[in-house]
Write a protein that binds this ligand. Sequence first.
Ligand SMILES: [Zn+2]
Length: 361
Amino acid sequence: MAAEAQDPQPAPSGLAIFGVPVRFHFTFVLLIAFVVVGALADRRSAAEEALFLIGLFTSVLLHEIAHAIVGRTFGVRTIEIVMYPIGGVARLEKQPEPKAELWIALAGPVVNLIIAGGIIAILGGPAEIAKLQGKPESLWARLAVWNFYLAAFNLVPALPMDGGRALRAFLSMRRGDEFATRVAASMGKFLAVAMGIYGIYSGEVFIMLLALLIYMSASYESAASVGKALTQGIPVRAAMISDYRTLSHGATLREAADLLLATSQQDFPVVNGGQVIGLLDRTSFLRGMATEGPDTFVAGVMNRDFLNLSPDTDLAEAVAKLSEAGSCGLVMEEDRLLGLLTAENVSEFLMLRKLGVQPRT
Ligand SMILES: [Zn+2]
């Protein structure tokens, strides 16, 4: 359905197209199972239905791949494509620049229009398609019509649809990103409420579900935009934890556990003679406790490949990196440790900013 920039997580290995991993959401797998069971019960028509669904999802997949390919030409990597029963989502590593976002967003619906136009041209035009009613070939006509629906639905100028992204990109060139997102997200919420009301009156469960998903995505987009506006132009230095405890490389996990209880800190830089050699975060602590036991040295289980942030990095950029790396990043100047940046302290920082507290500089 959309190309969205959100918290990236490593994708599992498996199917990949043009180097982009494709993941099937479990609800999508359920849908396939449902169709297969249906096909066994009622052989002919259900088998045709399954063929139609395969065609439809191939169309959705091609739509998402178009986002990914155009994204790549603008230097924006696609982390993965996730297939849901109501459509696909191409997860981009970051929100692209307005000009790039416009083209990336439009690429998906354009593919559906090409598929629909291509099928109609091959079948010999709209007049020929009307004659196929009732024949097995009418499957192709249905596919063409559904590709038009997909293009039309995705071009609605409201977030999280592609049309909403195009609208945001267009507005943000003139009025800035925050205003653009607010307008496009409000359109999404308005659309969702209208669809929800229609869904309730008509008793269409699918419409209600879609309305709920659109509302949630639109809210997420506007919240992410507010968070970005509050963190942009502020250096990491202003928000980092500067009062923290460290662990010596010779400390054991038992000592780390004591420190974990005694302080409110959850992630500890591991030092060796003033030099930072790793980070004992919650994940490595728990993994170490479970596999090696409390008498293991922290140096043996710590995370050596921790997130290293410069104090002058833009906080908005650091937050994006933090959500990719895990729970904690170390703020370092050359080899010197200056502080810690965690998701919790960033959210506290945001709360204070919303209350009007100016950041320290
Ligand atoms: Zn799309």
